[in-house]
Design a protein around this ligand. Structure first.
Ligand code: HEC
Length: 143
């Protein structure tokens, strides 16, 4: 192989390595939902609202404030699920929906249980709810 061809080959290999690293696909094996930037901005804002719900729930359990638990849980219940934009909904695979739907339902269930269950049981249920978050986060990324 002459020098120019060797150089061209190395350059080609270098460019493909950069392309792979740039996409982050070599190390990050999560499924890419391929959301556009505006879709991702809205999606992530909803995620932060779910974290805020968890914050309110934990605070409510700690301070024996049932009303705070109910209000916080309702924010991430079915109302949030219904608000998912159609363009995003179309991109979500079944395996994503199978985790997302029940997560919103668990917030609804928590809001109902908060009327009657003792705080220990509510803390345990919140722990179970959080496993949904962990399981989805280990599998998907927005883009
Ligand atoms: C069905 C899937 C799914 C579930 C369930 C889920 N998430 Fe997410 N969440 C995602 C994805 C996808 C991202 C984006 C990850 C990425 O692109 O790196 C994300 C990102 C986030 C972020 C980062 C937001 C930002 O601004 O970057 C927070 C906070 C978050 N989720 C909180 C939660 C909490 C709390 C729960 C559970 C109550 C939860 N999520 C449940 C899929 C999910």
């Amino acid at each position: 192989m002459n020098t120019i061809r060797k150089f061209a080959l190395l350059l080609g290999l270098g460019i493909s390595a950069i392309a792979v690293a740039g996409e982050g696909s070599a190390l990050d094996t999560r499924t890419d939902l391929k959301l556009t930037e505006p879709e991702a901005v809205e999606f992530l804002a909803e995620m932060r609202n779910m974290l805020a719900s968890i914050q309110g729930i934990v605070m409510g359990i700690g301070t024996d404030d049932r009303e705070l638990i109910v209000r916080s849980a309702r924010q991430s219940g079915n109302r949030m699920a219904r608000n998912t934009p159609e363009s995003v909904r179309k991109k979500l695979p079944q395996s994503f929906k199978a985790l997302g739907g029940p997560t919103h339902l668990m917030f609804e269930e928590l809001a109902i249980r908060a009327e009657t269950d003792d705080m220990e049981a509510l803390a345990e249920f919140t722990g179970e709810l959080l496993t949904q978050c962990l399981s989805c986060h280990s599998q998907f990324k927005v883009n």
